[in-house]
Design a protein around this ligand. Structure first.
Ligand SMILES: CC(C)(COP(=O)(O)OP(=O)(O)OC[C@H]1O[C@@H](n2cnc3c(N)ncnc32)[C@H](O)[C@@H]1OP(=O)(O)O)[C@@H](O)C(=O)NCCC(=O)NCCS
Length: 398
């Protein structure tokens, strides 16, 4: 039967939920209209049908991602699911191709996602490009933290906090490469908590919102039946606010024994606790990125003001052919351009360019692995000047 792709309609909601359950969930959860309405808007959900039946789906969040201090418009692909009996015959590939085309039309110049399987997305131009540094912390370690040295008040979140929380999220994320900038639809529940599921707290100092903690509880992990805390958001404008929020977690010891949170090795927390208290969670998620519109992506991110380069690339992108061919990369005065033409000296696939673009890998490493060819020492040095930076990471999962 012929496969067709279209955007979702209101009466598809239940069927989309059922398909996601079939693809992802161990235990079935009933359809919850309120929760579904807070997910991606219908016109951002793509579905594949065979006759009247929905056999595949995905969603694309409207997001941004910070690179070089600038917000790059990003389509966040999530919830890719195909009915078990329709797998292995190109349904997901068809949906992903269509998603790439629609992201390009909307000006989402890059796309990122959290992959369950790398092969599918690598085939379509995504490549590993940053980390989701989830760490497990022994809660006892937080009980000996110092008190904040200035007055900080902590209280539960309310709806009215949302604008100030969004502002804080933007402020602490913009200097962190790879961090998300939430779009208008994303985040309300993740930023406020959700009664009965996650608790949300804000920190305030001098009448200003200076921190956010959203944490949920997961099933007991030991035979005493105590719970584990999962931190979904920990944002702090300063150390006093961070300490005040960490005290809320510490106060749950010893009924909770451990907490998982997303914090990169260079953040404040590893400087506050002992070296053995914080350990990476074994899952070790990395996100993948695709340059949907390579020229648009190069123009959208920021660069160090003193980084200059002119490199003659040849890009290979069998899926998004508008990116393919010789291109000259020029970076000067903090701005980048990718123009058609030039000698095409340095050959690389679109996925490899994505992991250079975010700062995840280095041109020298790619050249050593044979994944970037034709570059001389000056080309490698120029690409390194332009893209090298702190390790890209994200604090938000989607
Ligand atoms: C992953 C999933 C969406 C793939 O759907 P699909 O329609 O079968 O995918 P396609 O037929 O378009 O496969 C395209 C390529 O992806 C790769 N691929 C697909 N499923 C894969 C899997 N489970 N593991 C590894 N690679 C896979 C293959 O390389 C395949 O190419 P090939 O058939 O030439 O070998 C589907 O198996 C599914 O719904 N799984 C459960 C939910 C899930 O894991 N979703 C992904 C979330 S990030």
């Amino acid at each position: 039967m012929a496969l067709q792709v279209r955007t979702a309609r209101d009466n598809d909601r239940q069927a989309l939920h059922d398909l996601s359950q079939l693809a992802f969930a161990a235990r079935s959860a009933p359809y919850d209209e309120a929760s579904d309405r807070s997910a991606t808007p219908l016109d951002r959900r793509l579905l594949a049908t065979e006759g009247a039946r929905i056999v595949g789906r995905l969603a694309v969040w409207e997001l941004g991602q910070w690179f070089g201090g600038r917000r790059v418009p990003m389509g966040g692909v999530s919830g890719v699911a195909v009915a078990p009996d329709a797998r292995g015959r190109g349904v997901a590939s068809t949906l992903v191709h269509e998603a790439i085309r629609t992201m390009r039309d909307r000006g989402e110049v890059v796309s990122s996602l959290y992959p369950m399987n790398h092969t599918l997305y690598r085939r379509h131009g995504w490549e590993v490009a940053g980390s989701y540094p989830e760490q497990r912390l022994d809660l006892r370690a937080l009980t000996s933290l110092p008190r904040p040295d200035t007055e900080v008040e902590v209280r539960p979140t309310t709806e009215a906090d949302l604008p100030a929380i969004r502002e804080l999220h933007e402020a602490v994320s913009r200097e962190e490469p790879g961090n998300l900038s939430h779009g208008p639809e994303f985040g309300a529940r993740r930023l406020l908590g959700h009664p009965g599921i996650q608790e949300g707290y804000v920190a305030e100092a001098d009448g200003r919102l200076t921190g956010l903690l959203v944490a949920g509880r997961t099933d007991p992990t030991d035979d005493r039946g105590f719970y584990t805390i999962t931190v979904l958001q920990l944002l702090a404008a300063d150390l006093a606010s961070e300490l005040a929020l960490l005290r809320v977690l510490a106060a749950q010891y010893p009924v909770a024994g451990t907490v998982t949170l997303v914090t990169p090795p260079q953040s404040a927390l590893p400087m506050l606790v002992g070296e053995r208290d914080l350990r990476p969670v074994d899952r070790g998620w990395c996100w993948m990125t695709r340059l949907v519109d390579a020229a648009g992506a190069i123009a959208a991110r920021g660069y160090a003001p003193d980084a200059t380069a002119e490199v003659h690339l040849h890009l290979d992108d069998p899926v998004a052919r508008w990116n393919t061919g010789p291109r000259v990369l020029r970076v000067k005065d903090g701005a980048g351009h990718l123009e058609p033409g030039g000698r095409g000296d340095v050959r690389l696939g679109i996925g490899r360019l994505a992991s250079l673009y975010t700062g995840w890998t280095s041109p020298h490493r790619l050249a050593r692995l044979g994944l970037l060819t034709g570059a001389d020492a000056a080309d490698l040095a120029a690409l390194d000047r332009v893209f090298a930076g702190r390790l890209p990471w994200s604090r938000d999962f989607f």
